[in-house]
Write a protein of this length. Structure first.
Length: 253
């Protein structure tokens, strides 16, 4: 089964509103969305919460995702942003479970699960991030960790819900380090994730679900990942911050 490709920029805590708008103008001037569509590639960015509304307005066909959200609709959750707030500004994609949230904000696969369930109920597309730390990798625990993150994170979802899920494999040791995982590792884990989805939700869901690789993806290495049968795209941090580099990533897919 042929799957579309997805290139997503995760801007993390970078780009002010003005910088984000300038990025969108560059993307428009270079007709990147049109070029991507012609090649069957979906492209998007995940700005900081404060820039979401403005990027949504200036996005010109880019997918716009939040980097997180809360599972409750409203309430006493200081600093959080809810799904209805995102809906109000036309955002219907969200990253969940990024390793920086797991590492620094105490996010667990259980909290991710609550968020994912709330999001798919509202027909949001979810990019669920999984990945092992350097220590876990060294101890040979990668597949155990990924299994726990996938099984717990997707607990209680139906086959039908899976149409909204994208899984991003981002080994923590490769994020922002310049040490990108080899294509063999990326393919091995992407195909392992696909086999887990097959176990949990059946063959159709496993064949349809997009699986991304993330971690030090750059214009000069993105192409080799895209040649792997189970890698359907990339979740890119640093190299997605400048429109020129984002353009090169797209060109080299
Ligand atoms: P880098 O591309 O900067 O390594 O970040 C990857 C990432 O965490 C994307 O979510």
């Amino acid at each position: 089964m042929s799957r579309k490709k997805l290139l997503m920029g995760n801007w993390k805590m970078n780009l002010t509103i003005a910088e984000a708008n300038a990025f969108c103008e560059d993307v428009k001037a270079a007709s990147l969305v049109r070029q991507a569509r012609q090649r069957g590639i979906m492209i998007g960015v995940a700005p900081a919460f404060i820039a979401l509304q403005s990027v949504r307005k200036h996005a010109h066909g880019l997918i716009v995702a939040s980097q997180d959200c809360h599972y409750a609709d409203h309430g006493a959750y200081t600093s959080n942003v809810s799904i209805p707030m995102l809906q109000e500004i036309g955002v219907d994609w969200s990253i969940i479970g990024h390793s920086e949230r797991r590492q620094y904000e105490g996010e667990t696969s259980f909290t991710c699960n609550r968020k994912i369930k709330a999001l798919v109920k509202q027909q949001f597309h979810v990019i669920y991030c999984v990945g092992e730390t350097a220590k876990e990798y060294d101890q040979g625990l990668t597949k155990d960790v990924i299994r726990e993150q996938v099984v717990t994170g997707l607990m209680g979802l139906s086959k039908d819900d899976m149409q909204y899920l994208v899984i991003a494999y981002e080994p923590v040791w490769s994020i922002g380090t310049g040490k990108n995982a080899s294509v063999e590792i990326a393919e091995d884990i992407a195909s392992f994730i696909r086999s887990l989805i097959n176990e949990l939700f059946g063959k159709v869901a496993s064949q349809k679900t997009l699986i991304l690789y993330g971690g030090s993806v750059k214009p000069n290495n993105i192409h080799e990942y895209m040649l792997q049968p189970d890698v359907d795209g990339a979740l890119v941090g640093g190299a997605s911050l400048k429109s020129e580099s984002f353009k090169e990533l797209l060109e080299n897919i």
